[in-house]
Design a binder for this molecule. Structure first.
Ligand code: HEC
Length: 149
């Protein structure tokens, strides 16, 4: 009975050594991946660099038109408003849903624009894009509301 227990404690020791070697051989090099070519600034900036192209695309989509001209109502709707109003996210009145829009339309264009500028409950101020001008918002509201008339 003594021998097997000696063997098994040796086995445990062996497994421990194998695991330790595996950690050194496999995990350590993995943790070094990408460090070799990193700038002196280090890992966090590296990660920032990797996500940068994506962030840039999003900024451009939501940002003001590069030529300084107002964005078209349809473009604003498609890039910003649609995200919530197409499917009725967070209780947003759905685009083209006449029953949902009728009582809102009844409050008047000015009130609707005011809600769009200042926000209303889950609807964020300026639809979450502070670069939207009042005129652009007005056009987008007219576009959105026009679908439900
Ligand atoms: C993050 C989601 C979201 C986005 C993006 C969004 N909306 Fe809304 N919107 C809402 C919600 C939610 C409501 C309902 C608010 C309420 O009455 O509780 C709403 C309501 C409105 C209303 C009715 C306001 C009123 O007084 O009844 C208008 C007009 C409107 N949105 C226009 C827009 C326009 C134009 C855009 C794009 C420029 C836009 N929304 C983008 C969520 C959104």
């Amino acid at each position: 009975m003594e021998k097997p227990s000696v063997y098994s404690s040796r086995t445990i020791l062996l497994i421990t050594i194998v695991v330790a070697i595996a950690l050194v051989v496999v995990v350590w090099p993995l943790s070094q991946l990408g460090k070799g070519d990193a700038s002196p600034a280090g890992g966090a900036d590296d990660a920032e660099l990797r996500i940068l192209p994506v962030a840039r695309v999003e900024m451009r989509q939501a940002g003001p038109a590069s030529d300084g001209k107002p964005r078209s109502a349809e473009a604003i709707y498609n890039t910003i408003c649609k995200a919530c109003h197409d499917a009725g996210v967070a209780g947003a009145p759905k685009t083209g849903d006449k029953a949902a829009w009728a009582p809102r339309i009844a409050t008047g264009q000015a009130a609707l624009l005011k809600s769009a500028i200042n926000g209303k409950n889950a609807m964020p101020p300026r639809a979450g894009d502070p670069t939207l001008t009042d005129d652009e918002l007005k056009a987008a509201v007219e576009f959105l509301v026009g679908k439900a008339k």
